[in-house]
Ligand binder design. Structure first.
Ligand code: ADP
Ligand code: MG
Length: 168
């Protein structure tokens, strides 16, 4: 299954991340792909907001991994630099996805071999207008296949900023 939607602003992408974040449970992994500036970090901030992360979520581009305290702790990884494949391997990628956290991996497509089979793959691509992003959401693995209905249900809801702008 491949769910596709278009966001028209960073707020909408953040909201989409939050809607999906509201479904996530301890142990879940979300892999984000898309070019620089596609909105991966914006999406991750939405996920963090849904998890009730209080601290400001900043891009882990230079730190590789950041962990945030929350009822379900949030782990944010960025593997932009390819040499991090080895770094991540050495760190123990499995432990980072220990089953007690929600883990979001930017550029996850670059390390997909290290990711669990059960994960949500989210791809962001630039669309027609400057602020358009085409977001494709693919539930991978059997565990996510069973959660497809829930996924469709949260994606069906209009975002707050869309309400009252039905004409768009
Ligand atoms: P990435 O992490 O993929 O490199 P970021 O999330 O850091 O990208 O940055 C995305 C940039 O694009 C931000 O400056 C954001 O304001 C802008 N932007 C414009 N439209 C959108 C949109 N629809 N979704 C997400 N970001 C958008
Ligand atoms: Mg980023």
């Amino acid at each position: 299954m491949n769910l596709e939607t278009v966001t028209r602003s960073s707020e909408e992408t953040r909201w989409l991340g939050a809607r999906i974040g509201s479904l996530l449970r301890a142990g879940d992994v979300v892999s984000l792909s898309g070019d620089l500036g596609a909105g991966k970090t914006v999406f991750a901030k939405g996920v963090a907001a849904a998890l009730d992360v209080r601290d400001d979520v900043v891009s882990p581009t230079f730190t590789l991994v950041r962990e945030y305290a929350a009822p379900i702790p949030f782990v944010h990884i960025d593997v932009y630099r390819l040499d991090r494949f080895q770094e991540l391997h050495d760190l123990g990628f499995d432990e980072l996805m220990s089953g007690t956290t929600v883990t979001v991996v930017e550029w996850g497509d670059r390390v997909s071999a290290l990711l669990p089979v059960d994960r949500l793959d989210v791809a962001l691509q630039f669309g027609e207008a400057d602020d358009d992003r085409v977001v494709s959401i693919v539930p991978a693995g059997n565990a996510w296949a069973m959660r497809c209905d829930a996924l469709v249900a949260v994606l069906d809801r209009d975002g707050p900023e869309l309400e009252g702008e039905a004409a768009r």
